[in-house]
Design a protein around this ligand. Structure first.
Ligand code: NAP
Length: 246
């Protein structure tokens, strides 16, 4: 039990990679606090972890709603008297070529992915700085490192997360708070299941390990980074991408 009795908040955790992270942290002894948009989805995810005999609670909250986030984080802290781990996973895409990209699509992607991450770090830092401990993990993407046609807004938000990670790591290091980012590559999710076979084959041909990653591959790295085994690692971005970017 690498994370026994740790209190971990995971955003965008009702499904996909976020749910796998919440489930895996709980399997390793943490209490997972699931934050996501839709209350029914949150309740369903919490129930699934609970049914498997692990610990989870949930809140319906939008990471762009700074005021409500403040209330939620305060409530979590008042219940458990600490917050050990924050995983900023909530993220969206609104793809289009730069020439055609709507301003609203630029704004919403930056707002959810980058500002949402900033909002949660700011809220949790209040408690982590005081308790002089904590781990923050930001889910970026290899697209934030290498760029991608049709994803300028997403790439900028994910690149911004890497820069934010380094600054936060430098600001918080003296208080024993580590901040790292994970950059997943091509991970098998509902989103990638819908891609045409030609697109999938093209990606697979470029991946040295010749297969897609799983949500568990990302979640396992989260457990390691959140644990004391990673106590000398901060400010880093670690790719989970089968060697696609190196
Ligand atoms: P997903 O299946 O779309 O799940 C994202 C979750 O975040 C959803 O439950 C969504 O809720 C929630 N969410 C969206 N906006 C939110 C907001 N404003 N506040 C709170 N929650 C919000 O995504 P995923 O594929 O698991 O990806 C998770 C993270 O990994 C994202 O940051 C993504 O950029 C990153 N990533 C994914 C891949 C990949 O291959 N899948 C690769 C690299 C990086 P709703 O369902 O209600 O909208």
């Amino acid at each position: 039990m690498k994370l026994k009795d740790k209190v971990a908040i995971i955003t965008g955790a009702a499904r996909g990679i976020g749910f796998a992270i919440a489930e895996t942290l709980a399997q390793n002894g943490a209490l997972s606090v699931i934050i996501d948009l839709n209350k029914d989805d949150v309740d369903f995810a919490v129930q699934k972890i609970d049914d498997a005999g692990f610990k989870a609670i949930g809140y319906a909250c939008d990471v762009t709603d700074s005021e409500n986030l403040g209330i939620v984080f305060k409530d979590i802290h008042s219940k458990f008297d600490k917050i050990d781990i924050l995983v900023n996973n909530a993220g969206i895409t609104k793809d289009d070529l730069l020439m055609k990209m709507k301003e609203a699509d630029w704004d919403v992607v930056i707002n959810v992915n980058l500002k949402g991450t900033f909002n949660c770090i700011q809220k949790v830092s209040r408690f982590m700085l005081k308790q002089k401990s904590g781990v923050i993990i930001n889910i970026s993407s290899i697209i934030g490192i290498m760029g991608n046609p049709g994803q300028a807004n997403y790439a900028a938000s994910k690149g911004g997360i890497i820069a934010l990670t380094k600054s936060a790591a430098k600001e918080f290091a003296s208080r024993n708070i580590r901040v790292n980012a994970i950059a997943p590559g091509f991970i098998q999710t509902e989103m990638t299941d819908k891609l045409p076979k030609e697109v999938v084959d093209k990606y697979l041909a470029a991946i040295p390990l010749s297969c897609m990653g799983t949500v568990k591959d990302v979640a396992n790295l989260c457990v390691f980074l959140a644990s004391n085994e990673a106590k000398y690692i901060t400010g880093q971005t670690i790719n989970v991408d089968g060697g696609l970017v190196m």
